[in-house]
Design a protein around this ligand. Structure first.
Ligand code: SAJ
Length: 416
């Protein structure tokens, strides 16, 4: 079977490579010319363990071909972004629409189209389908159409692509069968079928559940602090109960999924409160961190603060909606710019953020705030850090440091 993957980002590129590795003839298309050119030159722009080697190998063997425009194929897999409009709290579906229009131009009877991009409930049927049908072909009659949301965890994508179960939402039974034929070439997990809108909904409630659970953990952490007890110990003990599974508190929820998918879910609903409130709780964790810093420093203006970690989570290079960057912005705003915030991240590469080497970030700092749980930070040497800093407080928002070791180096460790 030939498969054309549309969108070669952090989902499309691994999917294309894994499909090629499974023996399919894969055509990879990305609207960005520079992405296409760099892939052809052997440069992989997505930092994901094992991905560079796999992509290079598949391109070298010819199983994966980067194409300059969408190409005819038995199956079209759509993995384009659905960016979030922050003001309107809505997704921008323009890439999905554009992709549907371009597929309509090359769609043939008997082909299948699978939408993987995360979209609000009803998008496959009400937005994507009519644009594909502008080809003159009918979904469910002339071509198969399904929504099959991706569920892989950044940092573990290649493993989860093969091992996770998939929900397959076809517009009819034959569409489900066509999508099953695609996924059974590389997925070891279960393939469960439903309709397209339910599949869209399931994806959104999975991420919303996680976001809401983290918001609960964050509230637990605030209450625990009022009782002067360790929230992590309390949560660990609570989780020993077979029906309790509370996630970890932290400086907020970042990335391109958990902070936005709950909005995709509630955008058409007038009946929800909990989900929006959970979002607000998670977004306000950065303000909580700032209040704690303010209190322990006795004022923020004129201070120098080292922020370790601007990636949205550990061991990834992605700084989208990152708590570390939000913290930096809000510290500047709270002090009208009368603060020296120095950002360091060993994974993120960015010319605009003015990221500092670790030593520069720490030299003379009044306080160090550890925001991202990168494995590298577990190796930090407290004695060297104590020597570089002016102050003695380390705010370990992810509770990843061995507090006793750091305290014996003369530092005070506070946690969320
Ligand atoms: N976080 C916490 N506490 C926790 C766990 C995470 O504060 O206990 C924070 C992280 O630090 C990070 C944010 O939440 O800032 C999101 O990280 P994550 O690891 O929970 O999730 P993502 O955004 O990397 O990936 C999620 C996953 N969804 C679920 O686990 C239900 C992934 O499987 C999805 O494929 C992905 O969203 C997506 O693309 O939708």
């Amino acid at each position: 079977m030939t498969v054309c993957v549309h969108g070669l980002g952090y989902i499309g590129l691994p999917t294309a490579a894994v499909l090629a590795d499974a023996g399919e003839a894969v055509l990879g298309y990305d609207a960005s010319q520079s992405v296409r050119e760099s892939l052809i030159d052997g440069t992989v722009h997505v930092d994901e363990p094992g991905l560079t080697d796999l992509v290079k190998r598949q391109i070298e063997t010819g199983d994966l071909t980067i194409v300059p425009e969408p190409a005819p194929a038995n199956v079209h897999v759509v993995c384009v972004p659905t960016p979030f409009d922050e003001d309107r709290k809505e997704p921008d579906l323009e890439y999905v629409k554009q992709c549907a229009r371009s597929i309509a131009e090359i769609l043939r009877p008997g082909d299948a189209v699978v939408l993987e991009s995360t979209v609000p409930p009803g998008t496959t049927t009400n937005v994507f389908r009519p644009l594909l049908e502008s080809s003159g072909l009918l979904a469910g009659e002339d071509f198969a159409l399904a929504h099959c949301p991706e569920t892989v965890l950044p940092g573990n994508i290649l493993t989860e692509l093969k091992q996770n179960d998939r929900v397959i939402g076809g517009v009819d039974a034959a569409s489900c069968d066509a999508a099953i034929a695609l996924y059974e070439t590389f997925v070891a997990g279960d393939l469960r079928t439903t309709d397209a809108t339910t599949a869209e909904f399931v994806k959104l409630i999975q991420n919303t559940f996680r976001d809401t659970n983290i918001a609960f953990a964050n509230e637990v952490a605030k209450i625990a602090a009022e009782h002067e007890i360790d929230s992590r110990t309390a949560i660990e003990l609570a989780n020993e109960h077979p029906r309790v599974d509370i996630l970890d508190p932290g400086p907020g929820v970042g990335g391109h999924c958990l902070p936005v998918d709950p909005w995709f879910l509630v955008q058409q609903s007038t009946r929800t409160e909990l989900i929006e409130t959970a979002r607000q709780v998670n977004d306000s964790m950065v303000d909580y961190v700032i209040d704690e810093l303010d209190e322990c420093l006795g004022g923020l203006a004129g201070r120098q603060i080292a922020i370790l970690g601007v990636a949205y989570k550990g061991d990834v290079d992605d700084a989208r909606r990152s708590p570390g960057l939000d913290l930096s912005r809000k510290l500047q705003r709270r002090t009208d710019g009368r603060i020296d915030v120095r950002l360091h991240d060993p994974h993120v590469v960015d010319q605009v953020l003015n990221l500092q080497p670790l030593d520069n970030a720490l030299d003379g700092a009044d306080v160090t705030v550890l925001v991202t749980d990168h494995s590298d930070f577990a190796e930090l040497r407290p004695v060297e850090i104590a020597e570089r800093m002016d102050g003695h407080v380390v705010f370990d928002t992810k509770a990843m440091l061995n507090a006793a070791e750091w305290e014996s180096a003369g530092l005070e460790v506070i946690k969320i």
